[in-house]
Ligand binder design. Sequence first.
Ligand SMILES: O=P(O)(O)O[C@H]1O[C@H](CO)[C@@H](O)[C@H]1O
Ligand SMILES: O=c1cc[nH]c(=O)[nH]1
Length: 284
Amino acid sequence: MAIAESELIINPNGTVYHLNLLPEHISDTIITVGDPERVAKVSRHFDEMDVQVAKREFVTHTGYYRGKRLTVISTGMGTDNIDILMNELDALVNIDFQSREENEDKITLNLVRIGTSGSLQNSVPLGSHLASHTSIGLDSLMEFYPLAQSEEETSIATALQRELGLGFRPYCVTGSQKLIQKIAHDMLPGNTLTCPGFYAPQGRTLRGGLRNPNLLKTYNSFRHNEYMLTNFEMETAGYYSMGRILGHEVLSLNAIVADRVNHKFAENAEQVIDDLILKVLDRI
Ligand SMILES: O=P(O)(O)O[C@H]1O[C@H](CO)[C@@H](O)[C@H]1O
Ligand SMILES: O=c1cc[nH]c(=O)[nH]1
């Protein structure tokens, strides 16, 4: 059945609503970053560039790196933007924009996020590169999607709900094993908490206060069998859950720039990110 024009919104020039892209504008191998200015920090290594598009926080560059066609795209901050990004990227490859019907043969995208993140454990030092093997979302995005979770994932999420005294159950999802093996085999393995904010949800207070003054301590000490939280940021669980729902491979990589146990921020944050960008480009 054709998808209505109010659901899949196509701009007058044929591009998808927010990303402002045509299907031929993207590769099926995509690097994503939060900061729009980080896009050029990836694409400056390309040998050739054939697409440069910007709308709102979504800046897209597509080109060639050592003969491989790659797309790099920024998302801004938060899982609400990941809802838009993943749906519109999926539409570009799996929906026919003329008939507005799903394509019979589906394309699986390979997505690698290069983000910044704060450490929750002494075992995750400033400057490290951490691969999210799983992610737990404290945001409400998955209250609205039929996300399938394993018994183990549900049991971890239920334990964290109890520990934090939340009125809803967080969601827990794993990343792509295939991409972990290809790109992150030598990076620190971690379990990344995705928070619906940078300040109070990450236990930071400037003048707004905290409803739970023990939040950071609870994140640090949470255990469920062998499972512990290693770091936090604001998007990974959105990626992993939308990837599972839509059938795409997703890996989130974290440049650790803040140490919340010892209250430090990396002096060389840009270098840590640049090193991670080069590692990903070489392996993707
Ligand atoms: O560096 P990026 O990719 O933006 O990621 C992290 O940094 C932002 C907060 O400073 C949030 O988006 C968080 O997830
Ligand atoms: O502490 C941090 C650092 C980067 N990004 C976050 O979301 N939190």
